[in-house]
Design a protein around this ligand. Structure first.
Ligand code: ADP
Ligand code: 5GP
Length: 201
């Protein structure tokens, strides 16, 4: 299983999935690679692998990315080796990626992807959250709000919609999705109980 989460910047994705990661040790965060500069408090190799344009070009040429996209004037990508390492460790990779990357993953990977689009409760709430976060300049906030208009046009590609009206409620919805997905028949290799062999008559 891969948990794919997308939604407009400021919808509250990282707030919600940080709590989900804390509660569910099966999940492992897929650290993306980006050319955007680190925000105050972000750690290289933990929040993102921060690289320059030349290094990003090299990784693209080497085919290192499962997907990558230009988002808000910067490039972001999911490295194949990140996802493979999480899977090898028996974890469920959690991808927080934009809709352009999400569509690339949905087109390449089948039933294993559990796709969730996180909505803000309203447009006003989205803008307020971007401002309250206090990490971005007015110009960056304006770009993110402008981009949110077309990003929500991709929501139809996602299997689940979660409105992040309240953090605890949104986390519970994601937990419920994971429980339901774990019960999907397609994920069972074999039936959990086999009929006993009939005795020879
Ligand atoms: P994203 O990862 O989608 O860009 P963040 O998780 O950084 O968004 O959240 C953006 C801002 O909104 C943060 O300041 C966060 O504390 C706040 N926030 C997140 N979820 C909620 C919520 N349900 N209600 C109110 N504020 C929220
Ligand atoms: P931020 O700069 O706020 O951390 O992220 C901006 C946007 O980039 C978010 O929509 C986030 O989901 C997206 N993003 C983060 N990592 C990746 C990635 O690896 N690939 C793609 N396509 N988008 C990403």
């Amino acid at each position: 299983m891969i948990l794919l989460i997308s939604g407009p910047s400021g919808a509250g994705k990282s707030t919600v999935y940080h709590e989900l990661l804390r509660r569910d040790p099966r999940l492992g965060f897929s650290v993306s690679t980006t050319t955007r500069p680190a925000r105050a408090g972000e750690k290289d190799g933990v929040d993102y692998d921060f690289v320059d344009d030349a290094e990003f070009d090299r990784l693209v040429a080497a085919g290192a990315f499962l997907e990558w996209a230009r988002v808000h004037d910067r490039r972001y990508g999911t490295r194949r080796d990140q996802v493979a390492a999480l899977e090898a460790a028996g974890r469920i990779p959690l991808l927080d990626i934009d809709v352009q990357g999400g569509v690339q993953v949905l087109d390449q990977v089948g039933v294993e992807v559990v796709s969730v689009f996180v909505w803000p409760p309203s447009w006003a709430a989205l803008e307020a959250r971007l401002r309250e976060r206090g990490t971005d300049s007015d110009a960056v906030i304006a770009t993110r709000l402008k981009n949110a208009r077309w990003e929500i046009g991709y929501a139809d590609r996602y299997a689940y919609w979660v409105v992040n009206d309240e953090v605890e409620a949104a986390v519970r919805r994601l937990e419920a999705i994971l429980v339901a997905e774990g019960c999907r028949r397609e994920r069972w290799g074999a039936a959990p109980v086999q009929a006993p062999a009939r005795e020879l008559e």
